[in-house]
Write a protein that binds this ligand. Structure first.
Ligand code: HEM
Length: 550
């Protein structure tokens, strides 16, 4: 039998610590419940004193309850989080611009959110979890690799994989019909690997490569939100291992992160070798870790890691340590494929349900021709309207949460019960719900929840941006100093895939009525689920694919 001896002073220390922690928690809880810094702001009532509104938010499809609350309480209202804490929900464009764009570095991600990014990025240096000067430094490097000219230069790579996708769909149509999401993920992963690093992941053709399996497993582990989300971010922030131990198989997770790091190392060393900066220590590591350095796979390394090699050049003052570069490679694997694939999947969902729109778009694409150059492609008006409209209705990213690092005074477009600004103390959390921001009836009218690409035609970029700060009027890519660096690339990729796919196939709802009803539930991103299978099933989008020549 296990005999654990705890000396009396030690016992007193442990008991005292537990008691003190309990008393502090109760004190904080009572303070949260009885001290409301925003008594003039309305919000839905809740009887759940521990989890606040979380159960209600999770009960319905992503964003639905927020949309209802917006209609009921207006652009600024409050909800309760864990232990009675107050969160402000803000859909006011002036306040959003102030927080996200003009004062971004005074507002950061909550520590609990950054912990999740550190898990999936495999280190503390990935862009998704950095703040302040560290974030500025890495973002500056990344941004100049994402200029419009640079993105256009990657178009041939995207076209090559879009063509491969057509071939694969021709050969595997019946399997693809079961779950379009999976096929979209594979093409997006191949594209990001190839465009970013010249690293052909080969997922689309071989399917289920170790890289794809590792990414998929991590996503499903991290996004088991049904129990994860209500857990206090405080536990995640200060006792991350405990949360992990409670919720997931951490060995499986660690094994998969190792697999991703292995690929990231191969990418890094291939690039270092091409630039002639591979060190003896690197060679030793390659040998010991059994890494494959295949010269054939060295590409332009165009995105993410500076292609003039400043990040790698030992004499450059801006050089980043290998650990930092590895972290950004991991970031791009994540950021660059999952969200694009999911957004594309929703777009095909809409096209399959709106066949007149699909036909009109096909006519525009056929007129442009399969050889149309990237500038023409990016400017096709109806294609533009379809892509914007699908992003607007299906924000896969769900929401942005910000945490005030300092006290702030936030201006409002419309006063709330006579208050023209909000006085906010450091530590306050605010939530920007992307679906509500994209679908405000006061901007888009009564039919704001209807798929209507025409509403974007002839709309100037300035008018788009006036609707809400963010990428061309949609909240999906966040805004300000953390706005998605890959938005332009993602949109180019989506448009090229539409050009290829719509000129070869027609997309229809599946024949089985049970598979026709689709819901959006959170799996880190908002993913499609077959309603009859429930929200605990695997996300998938069944769709009927008919070759046009058939
Ligand atoms: C439709 C596709 C995409 C969506 C909806 C999307 C969405 C987002 C969102 C919402 C953020 C900001 C998160 C925050 O506020 O902290 C973000 C950040 C980021 N995205 Fe994307 N993204 C997409 C595609 C891409 C692609 C293709 C790439 C790379 C090639 C990419 C790279 C990044 C990076 C590196 C960041 C971090 C920016 C920073 O922290 O400064 N994303 N993305």
């Amino acid at each position: 039998m296990l005999d654990v001896h705890v000396s009396p002073p030690m016992f007193q220390l442990i008991a005292g610590t537990v008691l003190l922690t309990g008393l502090i928690s109760i004190g904080l809880w009572l303070k949260n419940l009885y001290h409301d810094p925003f008594p003039f702001i309305d919000g839905p009532p809740t009887k759940n004193l521990v989890f606040g509104h979380f159960p209600e938010i999770l009960r319905e499809e992503v964003g639905v309850v927020y949309h209802r609350w917006h209609e009921q309480y207006g652009p600024v209202y409050k909800v309760r989080g864990f232990m009675g804490s107050i969160r402000l929900v803000i859909n006011d464009p002036v306040a959003t611009r102030h927080i996200m764009v003009n004062n971004g570095y005074n507002w950061g991600k909550h520590e609990g959110v950054r912990v999740v990014f550190r898990w999936i990025e495999g280190s503390n240096y990935g862009m998704g979890s950095l703040e302040g000067d560290d974030h500025k430094r890495v973002r500056k490097m990344m941004l100049h690799a994402f200029t419009p000219a640079h993105i256009r230069s990657l178009h041939p790579t995207v076209r090559e994989y879009a063509d491969q996708y057509v071939e694969v769909l021709r050969a595997e149509r019946k399997t693809a019909e079961y779950n379009l999401l999976k096929y979209k993920k594979h093409v997006a992963l191949d594209i990001i690997g190839s465009a970013s690093y010249g690293y052909a992941t080969g997922v689309l053709k071989k399917q289920d490569t170790p890289l794809a399996v590792a990414l998929e497993t991590i996503v499903s582990q991290v996004s088991n939100d049904t129990i994860r989300v209500p857990l206090p971010t405080a536990i995640r922030a200060y006792l991350p291992r405990l949360e992990w131990w409670l919720l997931a198989d951490s060995r499986l997770f660690d094994r998969n992160v190792k697999q991703l790091r292995k690929v990231a190392y191969e990418v890094l060393y291939m690039r270092k070798e091409a630039l002639g900066v591979l060190t003896e220590a690197d060679r030793k590591h390659i040998k010991e870790a059994g890494l494959r350095i295949d010269r054939e796979r060295v590409g332009n390394f165009a995105m993410g890691i500076d292609d003039d090699a400043a990040m790698l050049d030992p004499d450059d003052p801006d050089k980043l340590d290998d650990e930092w570069i590895l972290a950004q490679i991991m970031v791009l694997f994540w950021a660059g494929h999952e969200s694009t694939a999911t957004s594309m999947t929703w777009l095909f969902y809409e096209l399959s349900r709106n066949r007149d729109i699909q036909s009109k778009l096909r006519a525009e694409l056929l007129a442009a021709g399969l050889d149309c150059d990237v500038r023409t492609l990016l400017q096709l008006p109806y294609l533009n309207g379809v892509v914007h409209e699908s992003l607007r209705l299906h924000s896969t990213s769900g929401q942005s949460i910000r945490h005030a690092f300092v006290d702030d005074v936030v201006p409002l477009e419309k006063p709330v019960n006579g208050h023209k600004r909000l006085v906010i103390k450091s530590g306050q959390e605010v939530v920007f719900n992307h679906m509500t921001m994209n679908c405000r009836p006061e901007v888009w009218g009564e039919d704001s929840m209807t798929f209507n690409p025409e509403r974007w035609i002839n709309m100037s970029t300035a008018a788009k941006e006036d609707t809400m700060p963010g990428w061309e009027g949609v909240a999906n890519f966040g805004s300000g100093h953390r706005q998605c660096v890959g938005a332009g690339f993602a949109v180019m990729e989506i448009k090229e895939i539409l050009l290829r796919l719509l000129t070869h196939f027609e997309f229809l709802p599946p024949d089985d009525p049970l598979e026709q009803e689709i819901e959006g539930w959170n799996r880190m991103l908002t993913k499609p689920f077959v309603k009859s299978e429930g929200k605990y099933a695997m996300p998938r989008l069944p769709i009927k694919i008919v070759p046009l020549t058939e």
